[in-house]
Structure formats: C-alpha cells, structure tokens
Design a binder for this molecule. Structure first.
Ligand code: IPM
Ligand code: MG
Length: 363
C-alpha cells in the first residue's frame, strides 16, 4: 500500500515523540512492504514563529490531501501571553474543525505491567479497558466567546450543541460499543445545562436503534468519581467536548501516565483508500518542562501510529504488530521516567523507540 502521512510535530516534546513514531512507521513499511511518504507541516507555536499563524493554509491543504495525519503536541510558555492574537492551541482546534474531526477516540487500556505506575490501587485497576469518545468540533470550545481583554472584567464561553452534532457522535459511540462489550455511558450535566438536556434527549433517541446496548446516562461530576471508583465497569463512554477533555486526563491516570494514551480523531472526510482521514495524537501536551531532554515517553505517539494504521489505512495486522512490540518492551521492565518504578530499567525517548523497533522486527 502507498500512503501519504502528514506529520505535525508541533512544539515541546512533539518533535521528539513524533520522530520515534515515524521511525516505527518506516519499519512497518519495510517489514510489510508498504510505501509511506511523510510530509512535515507546521502547526502551533513554531508555525506562529515562522509563518505568523498557528495554522498555515498550506498545512490544512496538505492534511486534506493526505491519507492520515500524525500530530505531536502544541503549546508552551513562549506563546502563553494572554494578549496574544494567536495561540498554538487555536491551530489545533482549527485543524480539528477544518478536517471535521468530530469524534475523538481515546482508548484507556491498562498494560498490566504498569499496574504499579498508577496512583490507584491494583484491585481497582484490574480489567480496565474502556474507550472514551469525545465530541471534538462543537460545544464550549467552539461557541461564541468574549475575552475580558486587558481592562475588562467580564468574559464568557458558550456551549452550543445541535441535534446532528450529538446524533453522529453518539451513533459512532454506539457502533463502537456494539463491537465491544455492548455497554455505553453517555455523560452530561443535564441537571444544570440546557445543552446537556438536549444531549441526553438526542442520545436517548439515537440509542433506541441499539436495543442490545446496556445504556447509562451519567452526570459528569458523578462520572469523575465513578472513573476512579469502578473504572473496570466501563466499556464505551461518550461525552461532549469539554467533559471528554477533562475526563480523559483523569482516565489517563488509570493507565499509569499521560504518556501511555493514544488517540484517533475521525470525521466524515475519506482518504485515497476510502477510509476515514484521521488525525492521530497522544493525549498528552507539549510538556515544555522536559522538552529537549530526551526523557519523554514516545509510547502514546507510537500507539497513536498503530491507531493510524488501523483506522485510516486498514492495516490491522501492522497495527497489532506495533502494539505487541510495545507490550513486549514493557514486559522486559524497560520504562521511561514517567512510568518508572523500583527495579525497572529507565531509558530515554530514543532508546525506548529503538527497543520497540527491535521488537517489531524480531517479535
Ligand atoms: C487535548 C488537549 C487540547 C484540548 C488542548 C491542547 C487545546 O488538552 O487534546 O486534550 O483541550 O483539546
Ligand atoms: Mg486535554
């Protein structure tokens, strides 16, 4: 297979983790006889510095033409000025919107080898295997907003959801649940928010089409609690943009580290293989505090590249091979600092990438 993959390395640790993922994708191409062409494009803080905008038009064009997009992370203190006209994060939201990536899939699976890396008790974590689907192009992130400005003391953001926006993401989540343990939780704040009452109403209507699913509607505050009280009881969780953002950082702790969570953002654009044109990124941020030190964990990005192969290129076996290689490395007790514990062998970003590569080539 021939595929074009745009790489948006971004800021902070973005470039170092995408380098490792690209190394793995190259090895997959060699091993399984594919041709992957990589195209590096600017987005985020570096794009502001070099081109004066967090999302250059050329980047959007390249992404639209590609088969898939691999993203590192964006942002950093350098671009944090509250008065700035543009921000790295704006570029990220704008590319999600430009590619209409309305569903963000965040699988949270516990690697049993990392049980002790989590701050939670082992007995609570046993069996954790959930898929959080976060609505990604609507809600509070995209409604009308007002900045307070330098002198002002009033600011607002607006949560707007429409029926079609809720319908399509809940349907996608329901379909995902049908292929898993047939359990779906829809998260909202229907006791307070009008947009959440619509969310619950539409979700309820959509789920009539899925009589086999065991459905729960859970308020977001309660969900924050249940996620650490009975995480193993969850299968698929669907939530609006802001709730999904918050809950997945919390859920990342079930997997031991933000450095372990991949994600796939999918929409309704299709690539040259007639598969969804997706954007794949670790859920962690740009971690400016450790950027350039070579200690970041590349596994979330490497596992995101496995999701890329699976969802945008239909290469299931290749995706499995990457995930098996990650597992094999963890089995040997090798860890980056974020997931290290007593007795583990601590390595840096590149060595971790090399070890996964070695396992991929010699399983
Ligand atoms: C995420 C991040 C982003 C978000 C930030 C960097 C804008 O937290 O992907 O979860 O809030 O969507
Ligand atoms: Mg987040």
């Amino acid at each position: 297979m021939k595929a074009t993959i745009v790489v948006l390395a971004g800021d902070g640790i973005g470039p170092e983790v995408t380098d490792e993922a690209r190394k793995i994708l190259r090895a997959v191409a060699d091993k399984f006889n594919h041709q992957f062409d990589f195209s590096d494009q600017l987005m985020g803080g570096r794009a502001i510095d070099e081109l004066g905008t967090s999302l250059p038009d050329a980047t959007v064009e390249a992404c639209k033409k590609a088969d898939a997009v691999l993203l590192g992370a964006v942002g950093g203190p350098k671009w944090d000025d509250p008065k700035a006209q543009d921000r790295p994060e704006r570029g990220l939201l704008a590319i999600r919107k430009a590619l209409n990536l309305f569903a963000n899939l965040r699988p949270v699976k516990l690697h049993p080898q990392l049980l002790s890396a989590s701050t939670l008790k082992e007995e609570v974590l046993q069996g954790v295997d959930m898929l959080v689907i976060r609505e990604l192009t609507g809600g509070l992130y995209f409604g009308p907003k007002k900045e307070a400005g330098e002198e002002g003391y009033e600011a607002f953001d607006t949560e707007i959801y429409t029926r079609p926006e809720i319908d399509r993401v809940v349907r996608l989540a329901a379909d995902a649940a049908m292929g898993r343990r047939k359990k779906l939780v829809s998260v909202d704040k229907a006791n307070v928010m009008a947009s959440s009452r619509l969310w619950r109403r539409v979700a309820t209507e959509v789920l009539v089409d899925y009589p086999e699913l065991e459905v729960e509607h859970v308020l977001v505050d309660a969900m924050a609690m249940h996620l650490i009280r009975r995480p193993a009881s969850f299968d698929v969780i669907v939530a609006g943009n802001i709730f999904g953002d918050i809950l997945t950082d919390e859920a990342a702790m079930l997997a031991g580290s933000m450095g372990m969570l991949p994600s796939a953002s999918l929409g309704d654009l299709y690539n040259s293989h007639k598969l969804p044109l997706g954007l794949y990124e670790p859920i962690h941020g740009s971690a400016p505090d450790i950027a350039g030190k070579g200690v970041s964990n590349p596994l979330a990005t490497i596992m995101s590249s496995a999701m890329l192969l699976r969802h945008s290129l239909g290469l299931e076996q290749e995706a499995d091979a990457i995930e098996a290689a990650v597992d094999a490395v963890l089995n040997e007790g090798v860890r980056t600092p974020d997931i290290a514990h007593t007795g583990s062998e601590v390595v840096g970003t590149q060595v971790m990438g090399d070890l996964v590569l070695e396992k991929l080539l010699n399983p």
